[in-house]
Ligand binder design. Structure first.
Ligand code: PLP
Length: 373
């Protein structure tokens, strides 16, 4: 049965009445049983909607889609050791956030909602804006005043209303939460329907490996939108008896903003606010991740670990990928820096990671990096 479930009290709520938290103010998760029909899946188009029975959309006419997903999984050698890399920079808006947006905005359409708000420093906003445009849903996005111009241009092209909020990322979130009292909050952090989309990353990886699970996945951990998707997706496949083990989830943060990595390495199950610095990996520089404690638990449960990577390591991995013909965002290079550490420790494992976002989004930043190197 499809219901919201309070992450603390277990209290349930119907999904057809919009809400972004429980009555007690806690995070909501989703109760939903994913089903798989491998024969049907095989015969469907190569996009993420091939897993229809595993996605929480009842009416196929509600689906808002650019036929996204089923991105190539390519073997790439890093420092002489091989990993499989999902080409998630190839989505229509330039990042894997389209996975979450297609499912969340399809649900919004199913509810008949005509206006949404969102807050993001970049790619999640771009994805929600594109799917809102496709579905003819009005969209307003709250942004920190220092958001990259390229991403603002992209959102404006989709016809989104932009609200620049002075101050920090947290001030932007506060402005959005205030507006969320009266308008549907299409949040990639709060709304669990977003993870019902990002979980298809795990489905695709296993299908592309012949319906087997890798030993480990190396993923970014800012708000953890893909990390949570991996946890849900691999667990769905395990429950359905399609795979026989959970891959270890290896989470990567930038050392400059690493509250979760620091907590995990002290064996804490709740994180504390820590001092942060500027980082090239702006997309995962989240000082107070809303679901941070859930992320710690998920990584621990899969016997995974956290890495934090330095600015030098991020820069080196960005240039290294470019030399091999892959043009990615500086934020994406942080995950690759973590992957390279993991491959050094576990060279014999089957390891999957990803390029999270396209380099064309960050021309200004990349020009600056090239100048300095
Ligand atoms: C969203 C995103 C990430 C991961 O961020 P989370 O905050 O963990 O969801 C990494 N790289 C890029 C390019 C992104 O857009």
């Amino acid at each position: 049965m499809l219901q919201f479930i309070c992450s603390v009290t277990g209290k349930k709520y119907p999904v057809n009445i919009p809400r972004w938290r429980s009555n007690d103010g806690h995070l909501l998760d989703l109760e939903f049983e994913a089903k798989f029909d491998l024969e049907k899946i095989k015969d469907r188009k190569p996009n993420l909607w091939r897993y229809l029975e595993a996605l929480p959309i009842t009416n196929e006419n509600s689906i808002v889609s650019f036929e996204e997903g089923f991105t190539p999984l390519i073997p790439i050698d890093f420092d002489g050791k091989q990993a499989f890399i999902k080409q998630e920079q190839l989505f229509s808006t330039g990042s894997y956030k389209d996975r979450g947006a297609t499912v969340l905005m399809s649900f919004v359409k199913e509810l008949g909602i005509k206006k949404v708000i969102q807050d993001s420093s970049g790619n999640a906003g771009c994805a929600i804006a594109a799917y809102a445009a496709k579905a003819n849903i009005n969209c307003r996005i709250y942004l920190p005043a220092d958001t990259a111009e390229a991403k603002i241009a992209q959102m404006r092209m989709y016809g989104t209303e932009i609200e620049r909020v002075p101050g920090s990322r947290e001030d932007t979130a506060a402005a959005a939460l205030k507006a969320a009292g009266s308008t549907f909050y299409a949040s990639h952090c709060y709304n669990p329907f977003f993870y019902q989309g990002t979980k298809t990353f795990a489905y695709e990886v296993c299908e592309q490996l012949g319906w087997t699970a890798p030993d480990a996945v190396v993923v970014p951990a800012g708000n953890g939108t893909l990390l949570i998707g991996c946890y849900i997706g691999f667990n769905d496949l395990l429950k359905a008896g399609i795979i026989d083990k959970l891959p270890k989830i290896i989470a990567v943060q930038a050392e400059a903003c690493s509250p979760l990595s620091q907590a995990f390495n002290k064996s804490l199950n709740t994180y504390n606010e820590v001092p942060t610095k500027q980082t090239l990996a702006e997309g995962i520089a989240i000082a107070t991740p809303v679901r941070g404690n859930q992320l710690l638990k998920m990584v621990l449960e899969t016997k995974g670990k956290f890495y934090s990577v330095t600015e030098e390591e991020i820069k080196d991995s960005l240039l290294y990928c470019g030399k091999m013909g892959y043009y990615i965002e500086p934020t994406s290079a942080a995950t690759i820096a973590g992957l390279r550490k993991y491959l050094t420790e576990q060279p014999a494992e089957l390891v999957v990671s990803l390029f999270t976002g396209h380099g064309l989004k960050s021309t200004d930043k990349i020009l600056k990096i090239l100048k300095e190197s």
